[in-house]
Write a protein that binds this ligand. Structure first.
Ligand code: NAD
Length: 517
């Protein structure tokens, strides 16, 4: 009997009336089905399935893309850079378990596959990577740059991060020992005091001068590397929340004025975001602070530049958004979620400051809200599970994150169902592939134009890139768009969107013909 599934990595060409391939573009028609629901005065619910047609145009030529990371010299920044240099130069390294070859495991775009369809030959499921359907940037070809408050070169920064194996670090050293992060925009008020000793690489001057320097940095990187596009990703330390004040950061105009006036509530991360938006570079906020204040979102909307936030969803939170989806999805009532992290990297050290911990704590606590709200059979009257999140700094463990979690639920006839889980992984190995995916997908979204039914104009997608919610703890959505936390729904969104670009239907998971006689 033949295998039930196989993976093909060759480009997939869709043959359908819904798609045309020209030399420059892929033009597709996608029939989007949703159901509108009305609730009558007597409580009757009526559902109306509705179809609308979206047309997509996707440029086939991939931009020459550069990645700029804020926090380049940190654990994530150096790990991303290491993987990209190692892969580009096909580095191999030894550990006690043998020889390892550079790779991007953990990346959805580089190692994930999805079901294209059923083989007409033998009925097997055919899987492909997303990049088989539409061209995507190869991260090996993506120059890396960025800023850091620490002026250590990347080779020394990799040594201090203690993430990579020593043999790999030695092999990378000649490629990165001259690479020094650009001086950073900095404000001691937004970061824990324990980070001040590393702050030796700063842009002088006030916020307006810092903003102008950041803009010049993006332009210089683009020019010197001959790039079409730059994506900027914040992977620096978690800042404190900035206060959202009317007249200061509520509109784009006020925010730009507040920067000119060196207002104390404009955070360094907002400066990076504003600089990116003004330079037309998509900006991703990988930490939980409110970088994307209303004025910043409005600026992105006015200038039609992508923004994406907030806080990478990489480890325990990702697991939570799978496990709770599974339990509630099976009709099991999760009653308590008690989760601990302990690790000893610099990020955790800075989170020992209670002010900096606040946004992280809020982000970690919010990740299941949509799952609970979606089931009032189990959770009537706004009931919620008890959710406790604890993190501890344990220096000896460095980047090795330990996650212990206990979930207690009520199942049949209220019997208790308790699950205890222990995960261990390098924190940066969990996060680095997400940074690569975010850059690759931002570049793809930059090449898409979409026309909604009833309009005669192709426009870019909404500047708030909620389609990348898969990578985010608290996905930032546009306007009234509900937040989706469930990981499977988030993954399906990316998969189905890419399929729509080539006129393929969304995955229904029905496999109907084989289920019928
Ligand atoms: P890290 O402390 O190793 O690196 C952060 C870097 O940012 C440091 O090198 C620091 O010097 C630099 N920095 C601080 N303020 C800066 C500024 N204003 N401008 C430029 N550089 C600045 O931390 P990390 O482990 O690499 O994590 C980075 C961020 O990613 C953290 O905010 C963390 O909360 C977030 N995050 C990480 C994970 C994960 O690693 N699994 C998951 C979710 C979110």
């Amino acid at each position: 009997k033949s295998a039930r599934a196989r993976t093909l990595v060759a480009p997939v060409i869709v043959s359908s009336d819904n798609v045309q391939y020209s030399e420059d573009e892929i033009i597709s028609k996608y029939s989007y089905t949703d159901t509108k629901v009305t609730i009558g005065e007597d409580g009757t619910v009526t559902a109306f399935p509705q179809n609308s047609v979206f047309e997509f145009k996707t440029r086939r030529r991939v931009s020459r893309l550069g990645l700029m990371m804020v926090g380049l010299g940190g654990n994530n920044g150096t790990t991303v850079a290491a993987a990209m240099y190692a892969k580009k130069h096909s580095l191999e390294w030894q550990t006690r378990t043998g020889t390892h070859v550079s790779n991007y495991k953990g990346s959805l775009t580089q190692c994930g596959t999805f079901r294209v369809g059923t083989s007409s030959e033998d009925g097997t499921d055919v899987y492909s990577p997303l990049s088989s359907l539409v061209p995507m940037v190869n991260p090996d070809d993506m120059p890396v740059s960025g800023w850091d408050i620490s002026g250590r070169n990347l080779a020394d920064a990799m040594d201090s991060a203690q993430v990579l194996e020593p043999d790999l670090r030695n092999k990378l050293r000649p490629f990165v020992d001259k690479v020094v992060p650009l001086p950073a925009a900095f404000d001691t008020d937004f970061i824990a005091d324990n980070q001040l000793p590393r702050a030796d690489n700063l842009i002088p001057g006030q916020k307006q001068e810092q903003l102008e320097q950041l803009r010049r940095d993006i332009r210089n990187f683009k020019e010197t590397q001959g790039l079409d596009e730059v994506v900027v990703i914040w992977t620096a330390n978690s800042e404190r929340y900035s206060k959202e004040i009317e007249g200061v950061n509520d509109t784009s105009e006020n925010l730009l004025k507040a920067i000119q006036g060196n207002h104390p509530e404009v955070s360094p991360s907002t400066l990076y975001a504003v600089a990116s938006i003004l330079e037309g570079a998509p900006y991703v906020n990988g930490s939980p602070q409110n970088t994307l204040v209303p004025g910043c979102v409005k600026l992105a909307e006015e200038l039609q530049v992508f923004i994406c936030g907030d806080d990478f969803k990489s480890g325990q939170t990702k697991m939570k958004s799978v496990l709770v989806d599974y339990l509630i999805g099976c009709g099991v009532k999760v009653k308590t979620m008690v989760t601990y992290n302990h690790l000893g990297n610099n990020d955790m050290y800075q989170l020992t400051d209670q002010v900096m911990w606040k946004p992280k704590s809020a982000a970690k606590s919010k990740v299941i809200e949509d799952l609970v709200e979606a089931n009032e059979v189990l959770y009537p009257n706004n009931e919620k599970p008890d959710h406790v999140v604890v993190v501890k700094y344990v220096p000896f463990l460095g980047d090795s994150k330990r996650d212990v979690s206990e979930y207690t639920s009520e199942t049949f006839l209220d019997s208790h169902y308790t699950m205890i889980m222990h995960n261990e992984c390098l924190d940066s190995a969990l996060c680095a592939p997400l940074i690569i995916d975010l850059a690759v997908l931002c570049e793809l979204f930059q090449r898409i134009r979409v026309k909604v039914q009833g309009s005669d104009e192709f426009k870019s997608m909404h500047p708030v890139l909620s389609a990348l919610g898969f990578f985010m703890k608290i996905p930032k959505t546009a306007g009234e768009e509900p937040i989706v936390n469930a990981l499977n729904r988030q993954r399906a969104c990316i998969e189905n969107l890419v399929k729509a670009l080539v006129g393929l239907p969304a995955e229904s998971h029905l496999l109907l013909p084989t289920k019928c006689q």
